[in-house]
Design a protein around this ligand. Structure first.
Ligand code: TEU
Length: 554
């Protein structure tokens, strides 16, 4: 495989920069802090980092509200810091993927400011999605679209003195995140030249925020909202919406791919695509579009053998049709950390976090054996749980405030990670006052507490990543299910040179026996509960503990 194909089987580590490492003690992580921790990431064994946005931003949505796509927020660093980061990461063979936000700008972006000083039907406003209100007084928004962060999806365009004009601008997210108009030529030019700006500085690729949302259906028709299902799946909601997954969006990625392919080595894209099924997802990975996209259906399958199996089958089959490698992800900065999400809950709704950790470790080990690339979210390698008891006054997720505290709990996975010591900020670097407070119970979950400790989650991740790198059967390549029982998923991976690895996850709460023919040489296990039993009437077999995953040399 050509080195340019690194992304086909990479392990990519997501850095949420404000919460990773704080070099200047202001309570917010920054680029220099990240640079000081690159050795940690190299030692963990990741191939690349994807860094959530660090551009100049009012931080109304954690930096996903970009005021200037070519400068760095002064709280997070400088352009020189980014250049240094790229150099230092590359020196450790770690690629750097940035995050681009093309669906909306911040309302502090120069374009929006220019528009605010111009009449609503002027060229300056054409870069955004602006329409006249309905009704004689134009007091009704142009259609019924809602903001993902709750409330209506439109706000008044106001004159300099604050009075409403009868025109409205669309914002699928916060009011300070106006959607841009991808029918406007300036928008195309600006984003292409932004891509070049960063590619020229040596950035290896981009994760594309809300990649499925850039194009809106002609005429902006009302949407027949289906109230959220019990599962609360975002994917179901997005199936027919006139603002998601419109066919026209693919033309944008063809344009971007041509730009990425001009570089040596070619730069890569990963789309954030909340689309309802693997068939729609695979369309983004056609050969002249994005290299990869997040596979959220698998994330949403949770700890459920049937749902995982179906999602894996559908993902692999649909990606094969377009010749693209699948991707896998269990946690990110928008979802409840998988230790907590997978934990069984008792009658009072309290999660059993010990079993949650057991399951999360098993799910990770199994997922790392699937063909394609894998995304890891900072802190999952430490086994961090979701922080569920943040006080309302420290919360920053705009959806929390817009929903009156009924939704928008994303701060709980964004709490700064613990590096060392017994109390906040656990070596994060902020005295004790990080921008989101850390729990007092995290001393045992710090990097220092877990490094070199047999059986720790950090050592499990390091070992799994090491084995994944050296076993040619893992990574891209054939994947064949092996039969067992309803709550056991088992598959054989085969390498081009004939080696094979059997990967098993036991989702039941009982010990299961595995046939000896699957291999008895244990490569990685998510818990110590796996043993080769010498013999019974049928010969040697393996006993695999409840909620445990293992890789065996086949
Ligand atoms: O998320 C896109 C998105 O649709 C999310 O709102 C998602 O539906 C939700 O968070 C899942 O719980 C991206 C970013 O990842 C997110 O952090 C930003 O807030 C959002 O775009 C707006 O830029």
């Amino acid at each position: 495989m050509s080195p340019n194909d690194w992304w086909r089987h990479a392990v990519v580590y997501q850095v949420y920069p404000r919460s990773f490492a704080d070099s200047d003690g202001d309570g917010m992580g920054d680029i220099p802090g990240l640079i000081t921790r690159l050795d940690y990431l190299a030692d963990l064994g990741v191939d690349a980092i994807w860094i959530s946005p660090f551009y100049t931003s009012p931080l109304n949505d954690g930096g996903y509200d970009v005021a200037d796509y070519r400068s760095i927020d002064e709280r997070l660093g400088t352009l020189a810091d980014v250049d240094e980061l790229v150099a230092q990461a590359h020196a450790r063979s770690i690629r750097v993927i940035m995050d681009i936000v093309p669906n909306h700008t911040s309302s502090e972006h120069r374009w929006f400011r220019e528009a605010l000083g111009s009449p609503p039907d002027s060229a300056a406003w054409d870069r955004y999605i602006v329409r006249e209100g309905k009704g004689a007084d134009r007091e009704t928004p142009p259609n019924n679209w809602r903001s993902v962060f709750h409330g209506r999806g439109w706000s008044h365009v106001r004159t300099a003195d604050g009075s409403p004009t009868g025109y409205w601008y669309l914002h699928l997210f916060d009011t300070t995140q106006p959607d841009v108009n991808w029918s406007n030529a300036d928008v195309h030019e600006e984003f292409v030249s932004t891509l070049r700006f960063w590619f020229d500085r040596g950035i290896d690729g981009f994760r594309i925020d809300v990649a499925h949302g850039l194009v809106k259906q002609d005429g902006l028709p009302d949407y027949d909202y289906v109230e959220r299902s019990e599962s609360g799946s975002i994917l179901e909601d997005s199936a027919h919406a006139p603002f998601w997954d419109q066919d026209g969006v693919h033309e944008i990625y063809r344009e971007w791919r041509r730009v990425a392919d001009e570089y040596d080595p070619p730069r890569v894209f990963c789309g954030e695509t909340w689309v309802p099924n693997p068939e729609r997802l695979a369309r983004y990975q056609r050969p002249d579009e994005l290299h990869t996209s997040f596979n959220f259906a698998y994330l949403e399958a949770g700890w459920d053998a049937d749902a995982m199996r179906t999602s894996i089958d559908d993902t692999i089959a649909n990606h094969a049709k377009v010749g693209a490698p699948p991707t896998w992800v269990l946690s990110n900065h928008d979802v409840v950390r998988h230790r907590t999400r997978m934990a069984p809950v008792d009658d009072d709704g309290e999660p059993d976090l010990e079993r949650g950790l057991r399951r999360a470790r098993a799910a990770t080990v199994f997922t790392l054996s699937l063909p394609g690339s894998m995304y890891i979210y900072q802190g999952e390698e430490l086994g961090l749980p979701e922080v569920t008891d943040l006080a309302p006054e420290v919360r920053q997720d705009p959806a929390w405030h817009r929903s009156g505290g009924t939704d928008g709990t994303r701060d709980g996975c964004r709490v700064p990670i613990p590096w060392s010591g017994d109390s906040p900020s656990y070596g994060f670097g902020a005295g004790s006052a990080s921008w989101l407070p850390q729990p007092t119970s995290w001393a045992g979950l710090s990097v220092e507490a877990e490094r070199g400790v047999d059986g720790s989650t950090l050592e499990l991740y390091r070992e799994a990543l090491r084995v994944r790198r050296v076993e040619e059967a893992l990574g891209e390549g054939p994947f064949t299910w092996l039969d067992h029982s309803a709550e056991v998923l088992a598959a054989r991976r085969t390498g081009a040179e004939g080696s094979s690895v059997v990967s098993i996850v036991n989702l039941s709460d009982e010990v299961v026996h595995l046939p000896a023919g699957w291999g008895t040489d244990l490569l990685v296990a998510s818990s110590p509960d796996v043993a080769v039993m010498s013999t019974d009437a049928s010969g040697a077999f393996l006993a695999l503990g409840p909620e445990t995953a293992a890789w065996l040399r086949g």
